[in-house]
Ligand binder design. Structure first.
Ligand code: ZN
Ligand code: ZN
Length: 209
């Protein structure tokens, strides 16, 4: 598997392009923003996305979806149902943003779900706390943790739907995964590893007690 990260949007959100399972195909995790730049990168690499996987429903992780679906109208978008609101628009200040509910070809995923996309196998771990429907994707030995686990940090729990107790449980679960070590690709900031976080992330250390 090849993993490329593009940092997109005003919150510097990580969008991951996963390829190598099938020639010319890829999977996008959190196409955060700036569809023109993302499309140019995909064209340049000769990659067509087979699916969009969302780690959660916050708008800073999905603003490129309309631009991607304008180019590929059948492109499916996967999200946990608890992060699919009823409204198709979210307002912050005077600005309007699409929510997950606005997208065509919406597919839901849940705990323990397995997906075969672009020749890559994904397992879904429901890891609520940052949002009710936050998930972590495991692909091969890599974890894509969205805004649940960051390099020596964690996502906020003070937004609507955030929950400290659920976050602690999700972190304990990640810490206890039967993997000696593996790369961790978060929704913001630099990649890290599970071994590093077990040792140096204060929240993960606390959650392991
Ligand atoms: Zn978020
Ligand atoms: Zn985020």
């Amino acid at each position: 598997m090849q993993i490329e990260c593009m940092i997109l949007g005003e919150y510097a959100t990580n969008c991951y392009i996963l390829s190598g399972g099938q020639a010319g195909r890829c999977v996008l995790i959190d196409p955060a923003d700036d569809a023109p730049r993302l499309l140019a990168r995909l064209d340049n690499a000769g990659l067509v996305p087979e699916a969009v996987l969302l780690t959660h429903g916050h708008y800073d992780h999905l603003l490129a979806v309309p631009g991607l679906q304008a180019r590929w109208p059948a492109l499916p978008v996967y999200c946990h149902p608890l992060d699919i609101p009823e409204d198709t628009v979210e307002y912050e200040g005077r600005r309007a943003f699409p929510t997950v509910a606005a997208f065509a070809n919406l597919r839901t995923l849940c705990e323990g779900g397995r997906l075969e996309l672009a020749g890559l196998a994904f397992t879904v771990l429901h890891t609520p706390g940052h949002t009710p429907g936050s998930v972590t994707f495991q692909c091969e030995q890599a974890l894509f943790t969205g805004d649940t686990l960051f390099l020596e940090s964690i996502g906020r729990t003070d937004f609507a739907g955030g929950d400290d107790r659920q976050m602690a449980q999700s972190l304990a679960r990640l810490a206890a995964l039967p993997l000696a070590d593996c790369p961790v690709y978060p929704g913001h900031d630099s990649p890290t590893t599970l071994a590093h976080e077990r040792r140096f992330n204060p929240w993960l250390r606390f959650a392991q007690r």
